[in-house]
Design a protein around this ligand. Sequence first.
Ligand code: UD1
Length: 343
Amino acid sequence: MKKTVLVSGGAGFIGSHVTVELIGAGYDVVVADNFSNCDLTCFEGVKTITGRKDIPFVEMDFCDKTAVRKLFADHAIDAVIHFAAYKAVGESVSEPLMYYQNNLVSFMNVLEVARERGGCNVLFSSSATVYGEPSPDRLPVTEQSERQPATSPYGNTKQISEDVLRDCVKAYPGIKGIALRYFNPIGAHPSALIGELPRGVPNNLVPFITQTASGKRACLSIFGNDYPTPDGTCLRDYIDIVDLAKAHVCAVARMLDGKMKQEYEIFNIGTGRPLSVYELVTAFEKVNKLKLNYKFAPRRAGDVTAIWCDPTLANEELGWKAERTVEETLEAAWKWEKHLIEK
Ligand code: UD1
């Protein structure tokens, strides 16, 4: 029988790509979102890409426990992927209560309702931010690398949520959990029908690059060129959004097919290849055959110098590997930006 996966925050950037891959892999998907950081654009794109006009959609807030109870009562949910959370690091520093309230309460509601119903397979969307600033001799990070005290309330909600999931798995029979720690998700679906839709001035690098290329932003600032790295700019592990989405399908299958080795597991999801900000900018120019207006600017507060992962555990245990080249990813990101301008 077909299994049903609930995707909370499924109309957003990562959630929409994951929904496409789940449907492609034969799952039924229920999408739920409150549109706090997106609109209907990506959900409409998902319907077009998959050719499925009938994907169940529920507009709701996961902080509303009654609504979460109703959602689980109305649909036979075999697994839930929880994306519904705020994600802007800077905003979390100025509005910590908003972040703790939304990110923690929504996730605890999912877990509480899962427990009431006798259990569920729960996949939590975590982040490399839990590793903080690893010392250079500790790179790449593995799942065994120590977590560092969070440098922002956003990062803290990821750490706390991981711990809440771990403790619930231990305490409540029937709840199983996987946390995927994403490195830097970038790009867009090759169809250019779904992608990142930042509100206002983008905080993240790739949307800022594509908006500079389109003329929406005058100039990209590369934050810091005096870091102790080969070209002086920060190093990150940029992971293609479609590759990242496929990792979720592998993790869901692992849970539903009874392949987990422990009831709570953690996987790093990245390429294992560090790329500097400058390398990314020049790769974008080269593959899309354009000149980007950029300048070197002072370091951004809170940025770590370098972080990338060892994805061996995910490669071996999930049977997943990042496949797309950064060129393909940056081509897709630009195609998506052009699609937005034409709309
Ligand atoms: C941040 C979060 C991470 C989250 C990710 C995606 C932390 C410490 N980091 O990662 O958890 O998963 O966003 O939402 O919590 N840059 C520029 N110019 C710009 C923008 C960025 O030079 O206009 C540089 C940054 O200095 C950094 C790199 O690009 O070196 C990547 O930045 P960004 O895309 O914001 O991601 P992170 O800060 O790595």
